[in-house]
Design a binder for this molecule. Structure first.
Ligand SMILES: CC(C)(COP(=O)(O)OP(=O)(O)OC[C@H]1O[C@@H](n2cnc3c(N)ncnc32)[C@H](O)[C@@H]1OP(=O)(O)O)[C@@H](O)C(=O)NCCC(=O)NCCS
Length: 434
C-alpha cells in the first residue's frame, strides 16, 4: 500500500476530532518573516478546508523596529513593555497594517500550481478587539500601549460560522476612537479564552519548550510550567510564549501547543499525528469518571481504533460499540474529551466478568488514569455481585500483574468466554479476585 494511503487513513480520526473546533493560531512578526511562513499559510488553508474554525493572530515586532529605525526613532521600553508615543504609534500602524495585508495576500493565493488552488479562502479582519490604555505605571506613561479590554466573540463567531478565517492584529481600538498597540500574545490568549477555543497554538523559533538539559519537553501539565519559567536558561521569547500558554491554560483553554515556525509541516504533524511535534501544555486535574453514552462513540473510536490497528485491542465494529456502549466506563476531562476507557462484561450466571478495552489517551498516559478507572470498575463489579475479574491481553501483561491480577489459564475462564477465545490472538489470561 502506498505510504500516503496509510498516512491519510491514520489521520482520519484527527480530522474528525478537529472538525468544527475553534483553534487560535498565533504567529509573531518574526514567524511572518521566516522562509517557512508560506508553508504555515498553506497549512492554515488546509485546516480551514477541513472544517476547523481558525482565528489567526499576528504580531509585528521586528517590522515595528524596522520602521522606528527608518524614522530615526529610538524604541523605548519599561519592564520589557514598549512605550508607544505618538511617533511610535505611526510606525506601529504602518508595520501592523502592512503585515496584515501581506498575510491577507498570502491567504488569498489560489494559483493552479499552488497548494491552495481551489481553497477560495475568505479572510476577515476588523475591529473585533476593544483595547484600553495600559496607562501610567511606576510613574511612566505608556501612551498608546494598550491591553485587550474585550473580544467581540459574537462578531468573530459569525465569521467563523461562515467558514472565514478571522485575522486579528496586535492592534485594538478604544471606545474613545483611538488605536492602541497591543502584544499579539495578549490578543491571542484573550481571544482563545473568550472564544472558548479548544486549542491555542503558539509558534516559536524553537521546536517547543526545552528542559534544563536542552531536551524538548513533549508534554507539560499546567502545574509544571511555573518551575520551567524559573529556569534562567530559558530563552526570552520562549519564556514569553510559555507564560502566555500558562495564562491561557489557567483561564480554561484546554490545550496549548508550542511549535516551531521554522520547521516545514510542524503544524500538521502536531495536529494529525499521535507523537506531535512540539510541546503540548495540558490542563490536568479536572477529570471525572462516568458511564459512556452513545454520544461518546466517536471519541471512543479515536482512542481505540489506532490500538485495534496495531493489534493491541480486539477489533470492534462501530455497530458493536454502539450496542455495547453501556458496558463502557470513562474518565473525561473538563471539556468532555475522553481521557481513558474500560469496559466490564459480566458473564451470565456467574460471579465473573471480563475487563476489556482498557486504554488511555496518549496525552494522558502515566498519570494514573487507567489505575483510577480499574478501581472504579472493581467497585461497579462488586455492586453487581461480581467477585472475579478476567482480562485477556497480548501486550500489557505486566500492567495487570502490577495491579493484583494473577496469571490464569483458559480453563479458569467461564465456559461462555472459553468458547469465544480467539486462539490466533494467543492472548494471556489474568484473573483478579475482588
Ligand atoms: C496500559 C494503559 C491502559 C495504561 O494507562 P495509564 O493511564 O498510562 O496507566 P497508569 O498511569 O495507571 O499506569 C502507568 C504505568 O503503567 C506502565 N505501563 C504502561 N503500559 C504498560 C505495559 N504495556 N506493560 C507494563 N506496564 C505498562 C507505565 O510505564 C507506568 O508505569 P510507572 O507508573 O512505573 O511509570 C495504556 O498504556 C494504554 O492505553 N495502552 C494501550 C492499550 C492496552 O494495552 N490496553 C490493555 C489491553 S486490554
Amino acid at each position: 500500500m502506498a505510504d500516503y494511503v496509510k498516512f491519510f487513513r491514520d489521520t482520519s480520526p484527527y480530522i474528525n476530532m478537529h472538525r468544527g473546533k475553534t483553534f487560535v493560531i498565533a504567529v509573531s512578526g518574526d514567524a511572518v518573516l521566516d522562509a517557512n511562513f508560506s508553508h504555515i499559510v498553506h497549512d492554515i488553508g488546509l485546516l480551514n478546508s477541513l472544517g476547523i474554525r481558525i482565528v489567526l493572530v499576528h504580531g509585528a515586532r521586528p517590522q515595528i523596529e524596522e520602521r522606528l529605525a527608518r524614522s530615526g526613532l529610538e524604541p523605548t521600553f519599561h519592564n520589557h513593555q514598549r512605550i508607544t508615543d505618538e511617533g511610535a504609534l505611526v510606525c506601529v500602524k504602518e508595520a501592523v497594517g502592512s503585515t496584515r495585508i501581506a498575510i491577507e495576500a498570502m491567504l488569498s493565493l489560489g494559483l493552479a500550481n499552488s497548494p491552495m488552488h481551489g481553497a477560495r479562502l475568505r479572510v476577515i479582519s476588523g475591529n473585533f478587539i476593544t483595547a484600553r490604555p495600559v496607562g501610567v505605571r511606576d510613574g511612566i506613561d505608556f501612551h498608546f500601549t494598550g491591553e485587550v479590554r474585550k473580544v467581540d466573540t459574537r462578531g468573530i463567531a459569525r465569521q467563523l460560522d461562515d467558514n472565514a478565517v478571522v485575522l486579528l492584529s496586535s492592534l485594538g481600538y478604544s471606545v474613545t476612537g483611538e488605536a492602541f498597540n497591543l502584544t499579539y500574545e495578549n490578543v491571542a490568549t484573550e481571544a482563545a479564552i473568550a472564544l472558548r477555543a479548544e486549542k491555542l497554538i503558539l509558534f516559536s523559533a524553537d521546536a517547543g519548550v526545552c528542559d534544563a538539559n536542552g531536551d524538548l519537553v513533549r508534554l507539560l501539565s499546567l502545574d509544571e510550567v511555573p518551575a520551567l519559567l524559573e529556569n534562567d536558561a530559558l530563552d526570552k521569547t520562549t519564556r514569553t510564549t510559555l507564560a502566555a500558554g500558562l495564562f491561557a491554560g489557567k483561564r480554561g483553554v484546554p490545550r496549548v501547543h508550542i511549535i516551531s515556525y521554522c520547521k516545514n509541516g510542524a503544524l500538521l504533524e502536531e495536529l494529525f499525528t499521535r507523537e506531535g511535534e512540539g510541546t503540548l501544555v495540558l490542563h490536568y486535574g479536572q477529570e471525572t469518571l462516568r458511564q459512556a453514552t452513545l454520544d461518546d462513540v466517536p471519541g471512543l473510536l479515536d482512542i481505540i481504533a489506532p490500538l485495534e490497528e496495531k493489534g493491541v485491542l480486539v477489533k470492534r465494529s462501530r455497530e458493536l460499540l454502539e450496542r455495547e456502549i453501556s458496558r463502557f466506563h470513562l474518565v473525561v476531562d473538563a471539556e468532555n474529551v475522553i481521557v481513558a476507557c474500560a469496559a466490564l462484561y459480566p458473564f451470565s450466571d456467574e460471579d465473573s466478568a471480563e475487563l476489556a478495552c482498557v486504554a488511555t489517551h496518549d496525552d494522558y498516559k502515566n498519570r494514573g488514569f487507567a489505575a483510577k478507572l480499574l478501581a472504579h470498575i472493581e467497585k461497579q463489579a462488586l455492586l453487581l455481585g461480581i467477585n472475579n475479574l478476567f482480562v485477556l491481553t497480548t501486550q500489557t501483561a505486566h500492567w495487570f500483574l502490577e495491579r493484583g491480577f494473577s496469571p490464569s489459564t483458559l480453563d479458569d475462564l467461564p465456559a461462555e468466554k472459553k468458547e469465544l477465545y480467539n486462539l490466533k490472538r494467543n492472548s494471556k489470561v489474568f484473573c483478579k479476585k475482588i
